[in-house]
Write a protein that binds this ligand. Structure first.
Ligand SMILES: Cc1cc2nc3c(=O)[nH]c(=O)nc-3n(C[C@H](O)[C@H](O)[C@H](O)COP(=O)(O)OP(=O)(O)OC[C@H]3O[C@@H](n4cnc5c(N)ncnc54)[C@H](O)[C@@H]3O)c2cc1C
Length: 423
């Protein structure tokens, strides 16, 4: 098990890490593979509904995307609502948009209910236009969300400059439903809440095999066996070879982050309202502050080098110089990256891989709300909800044959982008 912090959030999270080896094997209603938002939300909601639930995590709580992400608690998907409706059709489209539009509300209400100490700030997030074309796209999104009665605000160039402290954007979309958190702390808080509700969690336990006999699943791990009536896989972009073909259901891309040391008053003009921001560029970048006034920024791709030297920190310095010229030279204290599971149509999936074996997967970089909501939906499903009531239809597992090649091509393009933008 890796002992090195996996991200800044791993070091700064107020919520305590929870480690526990697999004890005596037993029988549970549901075995959950993966200790991220999906697995822990499934465990919490199952336990609250009276099911015995056991989470098996190969590394530590939040080891996957959940402990590495930017902490932007956004509503719905990257895709604009009109596109989601178009792709999902009239049965699931409006339901999905409605339920996932309320995703931040669900996350912030869990934070409140379980008093999760995760730097929660609910002052919205800003989708910033990197060019005039980006602003046009945001106008379309704003019009559609407003038509649906959602609290979003289109910002012109001057307004976005006032909210961000940055003159380069062509406008923006402020989503009042959204906010920011320390994602590792939220993940650990979900674990604490799940344990409190009666679920069990084992860490440092890799699930190595799933076999069905006599209406029951035998879950083999590298430290023992557990039996379960149902199994939920919450392994997402960190899926291994456990279930044939599952890790080929998406293309992996990487996303990296750098965090500065805590900044002084000279940075007070940057995102003074505490919003998180991402832009409309094809190779998007994001920026936010943490509770200790560090500036975090990142983009698609892997870290090249370290916080002190190498390509990624040059990229970050250059980016800061361009958008916040008054800040001068800054020092970085942490850098990390993580994996994102991209599906060809940018929609997540729910698969029933076998009888009573489910997974929600392929969140396309939007997992705080998605994982939390799918976890809750999994618990509903396992306690009798009709499959047709799920937020998405259950689909057949389909593999992306080009996934490994695409993953390498994306990585090359993202590194080239770091090179070009660090000169
Ligand atoms: C750098 C980065 C930035 C992001 N920014 C945002 C953001 O700002 N907002 C947002 O909403 N989303 C963001 N995302 C996406 C989000 O983090 C993910 O969608 C989310 O974490 C997925 O959660 P999960 O629980 O489904 O999977 P994960 O958190 O990836 O957890 C999967 C877990 O499964 C475990 N596992 C795998 N195989 C096994 C096995 N065989 N046995 C036992 N355990 C196993 C892994 O160890 C891992 O801990 C970002 C992602 C990255 C990488």
């Amino acid at each position: 098990m890796s002992e090195k912090p996996i991200s800044l959030w791993d070091t700064t999270a107020e919520e305590k890490d929870y480690r526990n080896p697999l004890g005596k094997a037993g029988i549970v209603d549901v075995a959950i593979v993966g200790g991220g938002f999906t697995g822990l939300s499934t465990a919490l909601h199952c336990a609250e509904k009276g099911l015995s639930a056991h989470v098996l995590e190969a590394n530590k709580i939040g080891f996957g995307g959940s402990g590495r992400n930017c902490g932007l608690v956004n509503a719905a998907l990257w895709l604009p609502p009109q596109k989601v409706r178009e792709q999902l059709g009239s049965r699931y489209g409006p339901r999905f948009i409605q339920q996932f539009g309320k995703g931040p509300e669900k996350v912030f209400s869990l934070i409140e209910k379980h008093q999760i100490r995760c730097e929660a700030t609910r002052s919205g997030t800003i989708h910033a236009a990197h060019a005039a074309s980006g602003f046009k796209e945001l106008q379309g999104r704003a019009a559609e969300w407003k038509r649906l009665g959602e609290p979003v605000e289109l910002l012109d160039k001057t307004e976005v400059a006032a909210l961000t402290g940055c003159e380069v954007f062509h406008g923006g979309l402020l989503d009042h439903r959204a906010g920011t958190i320390n994602p590792m702390a939220y993940c650990r808080g979900l674990a604490r809440a799940a344990l409190g509700a009666g679920a069990s969690i084992s860490t440092g336990v890799r699930v190595t095999g799933l076999h069905k006999s006599g209406g029951r699943w035998t879950v083999e791990t590298d430290s023992g066996t557990i039996n379960a009536r149902a199994v939920v896989l919450g392994t997402n972009a960190y899926t291994d070879d456990l279930w044939p073909g599952l890790k080929r259901a998406f293309t992996i891309i990487h996303y990296f982050q750098l965090a500065t040391i805590p900044l002084d008053a000279s940075a007070a003009h940057i995102l003074p309202g505490g919003q998180g921001l991402w832009d409309t560029g094809q190779i998007m970048f994001n920026i936010r502050r943490d509770a200790n006034n560090r500036l975090l920024l990142g983009s698609m791709g892997k870290v090249v080098g370290s916080a002190d030297s190498g390509l990624s920190q040059r990229w970050a310095r250059r980016r800061i110089k361009k958008i916040f010229p008054s800040l001068g030279d800054v020092r970085f204290e942490e850098t990390w990256h993580g994996q994102i599971a991209m599906t060809p149509d940018h929609l997540p999936r729910i698969y029933e891989l076998d009888d009573q074996l489910f997974t929600a997967i392929g969140y396309n970089g939007r997992g705080i709300t998605t994982g939390t909501l799918f976890g809750s939906a999994m618990a509903d499903l396992l306690t009798g909800m009709d499959k047709l009531e799920l937020p998405l239809p259950i689909t057949e597992l389909s593999t992306v044959t080009t996934a490994p090649v695409m993953s390498r091509l994306y990585q090359t393009a993202f590194t080239a982008n770091q090179v070009l933008n660090s000169l």
